[in-house]
Each structure stands twice: as structure tokens, then as C-alpha cells.
Design a protein. Structure first.
Length: 76
């Protein structure tokens, strides 16, 4: 489970062999867990505070191509 980025209150992870086939990234914090779709930033599963989701979505938007390439490496 590669850690993609660490923020002040949460970290972003990407897993291999995802059960959801949509490219996604995971927001993980002691009080939150959510999966965000890389194409749209929509919440696929779980929940997180709005400020965490906003920061994660900004990171996704700025790094989408690289994140999609990494997801494809991990999930084929």
C-alpha cells in the first residue's frame, strides 16, 4: 500500500488489487477514511471532513496524470 502523500491531518494511499475497478485514492486519518475517484474527485466510499476532501481533491487535480499512471501500475 504505497503512501502517496502525507498532509498535516491525513495521508493519501493507493492500493493494488482494488475491489472497485475505478481508479481511486484513499484518504486516511484517525477520524476519517474515504476513497476518492481520480477522474472526478467524487467520494466512492467512506467519509471525511470537508477540509480534508478539499485538500485531497486539490492534490488530485494537480497530479491527476501521475496518479492515474501509478494506479495502472498497481492495478493493471
Amino acid at each position: 500500500m504505497p503512501r502517496i502523500r502525507t498532509f498535516a491531518r491525513f495521508a493519501l494511499f493507493m492500493y493494488s488489487k482494488e475491489r472497485h475497478r475505478r481508479p481511486q485514492i484513499h484518504v486516511e486519518a484517525p477520524e476519517a477514511r474515504a476513497s476518492l475517484v481520480l477522474d472526478t474527485g467524487e467520494v466512492l466510499a467512506g467519509s471525511a471532513p470537508a477540509d480534508m476532501l478539499r485538500e485531497a481533491r486539490e492534490f488530485i487535480a494537480a497530479n491527476r496524470d501521475g496518479l492515474l499512471a501509478r494506479w495502472k501500475e498497481l492495478n493493471g
